[in-house]
Write a protein that binds this ligand. Structure first.
Ligand code: PRX
Length: 643
């Protein structure tokens, strides 16, 4: 191994692991590479329930792929029904803790009952396969219940993160032309009620496609119910039967659409389909999380993001796990909430984000040290690069030096983890996602598609389609083609820069496009810019990600104003609040800088690259030959020195 800081798996961990050695990993990897049809075909037959067998493993008509054509299956059936004839029927499927401390333990059998009843509610409202449902809920068990009820009937769901504003919600409902919105009165966050139904009411004023809105009562806060449109979940459910067979669906039936930020102001509806998605999320539960029957597994993400879809709901339930869900904030009522939960439920596998790790690390070791964390056997990280200092702390203070850390690289578009260590097989290097999963052929190339070679920085691309790959962008196949398959010919363009070291390990360096990563949440610079220019005082705006100690990046906005007299301090506050209202609180800019002009090329394009340099290094060293007015840069850089 080329690097001094290498952590090989312990003999004890390897001995019990699903993939116990580097040789075993390599054998699996080579098998998938040499014969993907046989590899994935055998796994699909063995790991999923089929109502009708598939006749082709994959059909690749670049850039469109179909997996397991001809087969009929159902994600809800795979996550529930098939476990009921096994010892898992009374195993806890969802272990839930609300922020106020309330708890629920829902067995597979009970979850099946809840899902069937809610599916019957949806049926009674006239919904059927091919329809679309928006789900806008807090982290309560009824959120996965709603997802699995949709999946049961072939209704394509789109979960919108509860932190998104009414505006953002409206745009998603309209793009999806959803027939129904499933929501709640609210949810708890840091002791305060997040009022979801109010946001839905605001959004629905301009969403003619929506016929019904079903409201789950979580907080008991007052809500307006519009007669004929709004119904209480518990009232509709009262008379619903507990029997609802899962509909056999085509392998390629659209399971869900999840909106994510791209390089324009308009979010992209990433479409995932049924069988391939489910197979790869199930397999990575075993390969990466080394899931065992007796494990208590906790992924701290919100289900509104892809991590929650794949690794709280579909992957774990399909694999028959006990998946823990927590409603609230990691620092409520104190900085030991995560560790308190780990101790209380004897969590074995813990999966979180570098932002959470950095935020908790800063509060000191005494918070985790107050708790017995000895149940932990594996730790995971996702969403952004993890810096070595945070890695070392996670390893030493949380894992007590005993637990491997799986740094998992993937994206909303990839559906499942593509690069990560198999923890019993692959020696770890802090900050590296290590090696690709079986069936995944990454490469690091220049814009002509030529591999850049060892230790050189380039674009991370994936050379072959994989089962859980996005199928298209909802109603925009052209954008799908251009965005992912049009940048470098013949390969999937991830949008990330990376390098590969002499051991073949991948090091992700961050986005190469105008996408920011704030607390592991993806946000487009253009989305924030569009929000800003909707404000009456703003003439132009340019937004860049600025390095941030805890959240990885923070939103930094350069704004020019229309003519007038402004109190800059008050307006700065107002604009930050404005962005939070237009997109969601997580997008609230850290900084608004007013300027007389923005640096532009002679053709009028804003040069964000220069702004990025100003916020990162406070100077501009790159090429400025296309810049129209060098004075702008001098002023902006000087402005920083005054700060
Ligand atoms: O830049 C990469 C970063 O997050 C992006 C994907 O964001 P999203 O679709 O929101 O999905 C996040 C959760 C899967 C990637 O393009 N990213 C994700 N995981 C890692 C990462 N960067 C470095 N290391 C990771 N483990």
């Amino acid at each position: 191994m080329s690097n001094a800081n290498v952590y090989p798996p312990s003999a004890e961990f390897s001995a019990q692991a699903y993939v116990p050695s580097l040789e075993a990993y390599r054998a699996l990897y080579d098998k998938a590479k040499e014969n993907p049809e046989e590899f994935w075909g055998a796994l699909a037959r063995e790991q999923l329930h089929w109502f009708e067998p598939f006749d082709q493993v994959f059909e690749w008509n670049p850039p469109f792929v179909k997996w397991f054509s001809g087969g009929k299956t159902n994600a809800s059936y795979n996550c529930l029904d098939r476990h009921l004839s096994t010892a898992r029927k009374n195993k806890v499927a969802i272990l839930w803790e609300g922020e106020p401390g309330d708890q629920r333990m829902i067995s597979y059998q009970e979850l099946h009952r809840l899902v069937c009843r809610f599916a019957n509610v949806l049926k009674a409202r006239g919904l059927q396969a091919g329809d679309r449902a928006i789900i806008y809920m807090p982290m309560v068990p009824e959120l996965p219940v709603a997802m699995l009820a949709c999946a049961r009937l072939g209704i394509t769901h789109s979960v919108v993160f509860g932190g998104f504003s009414a505006e953002a919600l409206k745009a998603r409902i309209q793009d999806l032309e959803a027939q129904i919105v499933i929501t709640a009165d609210g949810g708890w966050r840091r002791g305060r009620e997040i009022r979801l139904k109010d946001a839905v009411d605001e959004a629905l004023r301009e969403c003619p496609s929506v016929r019904d809105c079903i409201v789950y009562k979580r907080t008991g806060g007052h809500v307006q119910m519009q007669a004929g449109r709004d119904f209480w979940w518990h009232e509709l459910e009262e008379s619903a039967s507990e029997t609802c067979p899962a509909t056999p669906l085509d392998s390629e039936h659209p399971l869900f659409v999840l909106y994510t930020s791209g390089t324009t102001g308009k979010p992209k509806g990433i479409l995932h389909t049924t069988a391939g998605y489910l197979l790869q999320t199930t397999m990575t539960m075993k390969w990466v999380f080394d899931l065992k029957e007796e494990d208590t597994y906790w992924c701290t993400a919100d289900i509104g993001w892809v991590t929650g879809h794949s690794y709280i709901v579909y992957g774990p339930l399909s694999a028959g796990a006990t998946t823990l869900m927590y409603e609230g904030a990691p620092d409520y009522p104190a900085f030991d909430r995560f560790w308190r939960i780990v101790e209380k439920y004897r969590v074995n596998i813990f999966y979180t984000s570098p932002t959470a790790i950095r935020a908790l690390l800063r509060q000191g070791d005494h918070w985790p040290n107050q708790h017995d964390l000895s149940s932990l056997r594996l730790l995971g990280s996702v969403g952004e690069p993890i810096n070595p200092a945070a890695w070392e702390w996670y390893h030493r203070v949380i894992g007590k030096g005993r637990c491997p850390i799986v740094d998992t690289w993937w994206q909303t578009e990839t559906g499942a983890i593509l690069i990560a260590p198999m923890p019993g097989a692959v020696p770890l290097k802090p900050g590296s996602g290590t090696l690709p999963m079986p069936g995944i052929l990454p490469e690091i190339v220049d814009l002509d598609g030529k591999p850049v070679g060892e230790n050189k920085e380039g674009f991370l691309v994936i050379q072959r389609p994989w089962p859980s790959m996005l199928r298209t962008i909802w109603r925009d196949p052209q954008r799908y083609k251009e965005q992912y398959w049009g940048k470098v010919s013949g390969v999937y363009f991830t949008g990330d820069a990376a390098r590969r070291d002499s051991d073949g390990y991948y090091w992700i360096l961050g986005r190469v496009d105008d996408v920011m990563n704030v607390s592991g949440h993806r946000l487009s610079t253009m989305e924030v810019e569009s929000a800003l220019v909707r404000h009456p005082a703003v003439a132009e705006a340019a937004v860049v990600g600025k390095p941030h100690e805890i959240t990885g990046q923070a939103v930094c906005c350069f704004v020019t104003l229309k003519k007038g007299d402004y109190d800059h301090e008050a307006l700065g506050k107002e604009l930050r609040q404005w962005v939070a209202h237009e997109i969601g609180a997580f997008a609230r800019p850290e900084e608004i800088r007013f300027t007389e002009a923005l640096p532009k090329t002679r053709s009028g394009k804003i040069m964000r690259r220069l702004l990025r340099e100003i916020v990162t290094s406070h100077t501009v060293t790159g090429d400025v030959t296309t810049l129209e007015d060098m004075g702008v840069i001098t002023k902006l850089a000087a402005q920083h020195d005054e700060d």
